[in-house]
Ligand binder design. Structure first.
Ligand code: AMP
Length: 138
């Protein structure tokens, strides 16, 4: 599936600069230009896909393989002990750049980090829903 070009394609092509922290055949990681907290890193696949559900298994595996290493590096570099991973899909879900990216957002002792509004609900008939989701896994 082909998707529209984004600013991250320009970064991948070297047409606009970034503060690169990691690169391999499938993945690039660089500092977020508008950091929520010090050490905010974006991790992107080189494959052009707008949303996580459109990403190939190979790119997803490459992202997953390197994430713990990048998290450890951010922790050591910034001194943070806690952090969030955030991955937005769709404008209503706060996605602004339509190329898959995972945010690594440190939570520092000064309170800087990701603000979360988490409204926990009731599960209800969870098994029916779990079964329905299972039916759609390909
Ligand atoms: P999202 O809302 O998940 O789509 O987040 C997009 C992120 O990309 C934001 O945190 C932006 O600050 C970041 N961003 C946009 N343009 C650049 C850029 N040229 N270099 C680094 N980060 C960028």
């Amino acid at each position: 599936m082909s998707h529209a070009s984004t600013i991250f394609d320009a970064i991948l092509a070297g047409e606009i600069p970034c503060h690169r922290v990691y690169e391999d055949d499938h993945v690039l990681a660089f500092l977020d230009i508008g950091p929520v907290s010090r050490g905010h890193v974006l991790v992107i696949p080189k494959e052009r896909a707008a949303h996580m559900h459109q990403l190939s298994d190979d790119s997803a595996a490459a992202l997953g393989r390197v994430l713990p290493r990048l998290c450890r590096a951010v922790m050591k570099a910034t001194g943070c002990e806690h952090y969030n991973l955030l991955q937005n899909n769709g404008a209503p879900a706060h996605q602004a750049v339509f190329h898959v990216h995972i945010h690594i957002i440190p939570r520092h002792e000064d309170g800087s980090g990701l603000g979360i509004e988490w409204k926990a609900g009731q599960l209800g008939d969870g098994e029916a829903l779990a079964s329905r989701i299972r039916d759609f896994i390909q």
